[in-house]
Design a protein around this ligand. Structure first.
Ligand code: SF4
Length: 179
């Protein structure tokens, strides 16, 4: 199956493997991380091949996820998986509501490149609501454990809303603010 052949979409529900609250692992500062189920990239050496199954985890409505995200005043938001772009309709709805109803930033990890997303009308509708995209497949032969927030150097941290201002706080990852 081509990665462009998306599985059937339910715009109101997301299949979720895990939700981490107040994590500092998925972007700068405290974040609510939504780990979705399902990925067709099947990168060699994937850190989480159990996330490939689209039937894994549990189904949440967009409203339920929004309530969890809004309940934490301190945390921004991260989408990971799996690959959120394989559930692009529901993630677009969730991201739109996060932007309409909160001032939280959204980081999103994907195995697609930004160029692939830009070229696909359906995938690209999620991008306007994302602040930072970490893109591209994991390449085992180029694995680098020193990289921040990604596994191989082909993966890019792309600031979709402009240049970040980074404050280095000793002992933590850089805090990224957006102008
Ligand atoms: S995109 Fe991520 S979750 Fe999907 S196979 Fe590659 S490393 Fe694994």
């Amino acid at each position: 199956m081509s990665t462009r052949q998306l599985p059937p979409q339910d715009p109101d529900h997301i299949r979720v493997l895990d939700i981490l609250e107040q994590t500092m692992a998925d972007g700068p500062g405290f974040r609510t991380s939504i780990y979705c189920a399902g990925c067709l990239h099947h990168c060699k050496g994937c850190h989480n091949p159990q996330s490939w199954d689209f039937k894994g985890g549990k189904e949440y409505s967009v409203g339920e996820l929004l309530d969890i995200i809004k309940a934490d005043d301190m945390s921004n938001v991260s989408f990971s998986g799996g690959d959120p772009f394989f559930q692009v309709d529901a993630f677009t709805n969730l991201a739109r509501r996060i932007k309409e109803e909160t001032d939280k930033t959204i980081w999103c990890w994907t195995g697609f490149t930004k160029e692939e997303i830009d070229a696909d009308e359906r995938l690209s509708k999620l991008l306007p609501y994302i602040d930072v995209l970490v893109d591209g497949p994991f390449v085992l032969e180029e694995r680098d454990t020193n990289l921040l927030f990604r596994g191989s150097p082909n993966q890019r941290i792309i600031y979709l809303k402009g240049k970040p201002v980074e404050d280095d706080i000793p002992g933590t990852v850089p805090l990224v603010k957006f102008r």
